[in-house]
Design a protein around this ligand. Structure first.
Ligand SMILES: NC(=O)c1ccc[n+]([C@@H]2O[C@H](COP(=O)([O-])OP(=O)(O)OC[C@H]3O[C@@H](n4cnc5c(N)ncnc54)[C@H](OP(=O)(O)O)[C@@H]3O)[C@@H](O)[C@H]2O)c1
Length: 209
């Protein structure tokens, strides 16, 4: 069982929180308004707790960022000292018109890490739609959650959290590989929303033999 803080109670945060509480993890949402009706409803359906973002982060082993990109670096910087904690960056640095807001010689994840000295940042849960985080089994097989980060133990923890939801986890390497995983999210969005394939699509790594 892990103590997980999820910053943001939107589509991604609420889906991940529901999945992890169902699997026995302790989840506290970090939210701008812990008393908001939507937050109380979420707590009722998941059994999670809610606090301000710095409070939620302070008591967690794993802090998940699930906020809009345009506020994420500031939110990360407002969380206090997260040295030693695992920080999962699930965000995508997307600008209007379906463009990367940062990249490709840096990444959102690296900008987040700059705000959090000593934190063990892992990029994960950004390359697929939230519906797939709730239901990651396709045709009896787990779809792939690609992760990257500079700390092996942190990646092992996040891979475990991905497997708890039903994903296969694949390690893509150091945090700077987020420069590749963030554009990959745009491929998913382009296929789902622009090419018209819809949101019931997912990436899966297949191996010969
Ligand atoms: N939607 C997907 O399928 C998907 C998939 C993979 C990755 N992502 C990425 O994950 C991140 C979250 O996406 P989402 O779809 O969950 O977004 P969302 O539904 O808009 O939720 C974002 C949450 O962030 C919190 N927040 C904190 N400061 C905020 C501010 N100034 N303005 C608005 N919200 C603020 C809010 O929670 P409180 O009101 O509780 O503070 C809000 O509910 C984004 O970076 C997105 O690109 C999304």
């Amino acid at each position: 069982m892990m103590n997980i803080a999820i910053i943001g109670t939107g589509t991604v945060g609420s889906t991940l929180g529901a999945g992890w509480t169902q699997r026995g993890h302790s989840v506290t949402f970090g939210t701008r308004d812990p008393q908001a009706e939507k937050v109380r409803t979420l707590l009722g359906s998941t059994g999670a707790a809610a606090a301000t973002p710095p409070e939620a982060a302070a008591s967690a082993d794993v802090v998940v960022l699930a906020t809009p990109w345009n506020v994420t670096v500031d939110v990360a910087g407002s969380l206090g000292d997260l040295a030693g904690k695992v920080v999962v960056d699930a965000t995508n640095p997307i600008a209007s018109g379906l463009q990367l807001a940062v990249g490709t010689t840096t990444s959102g994840a690296e900008q987040v890490a700059q705000q959090l000295p000593g934190a063990r940042v892992v990029k994960a849960f950004n390359t697929t739609g939230a519906e797939n985080m709730a239901a990651p089994i396709y045709n009896g097989e787990p779809i792939t959650m690609f992760i990257c980060g500079d700390d092996e133990d942190a990646k092992a923890s996040v891979a475990g959290l991905a497997r708890d939801l039903g994903f296969e986890a694949v390690d893509v390497g150091p945090l700077h590989a987020a420069r590749f995983l963030e554009p990959m999210a745009l491929v998913w969005i382009q296929l789902a929303a622009v090419q018209g394939l819809g949101r019931d699509i997912a990436f899966k790594l297949v191996r010969r033999g």
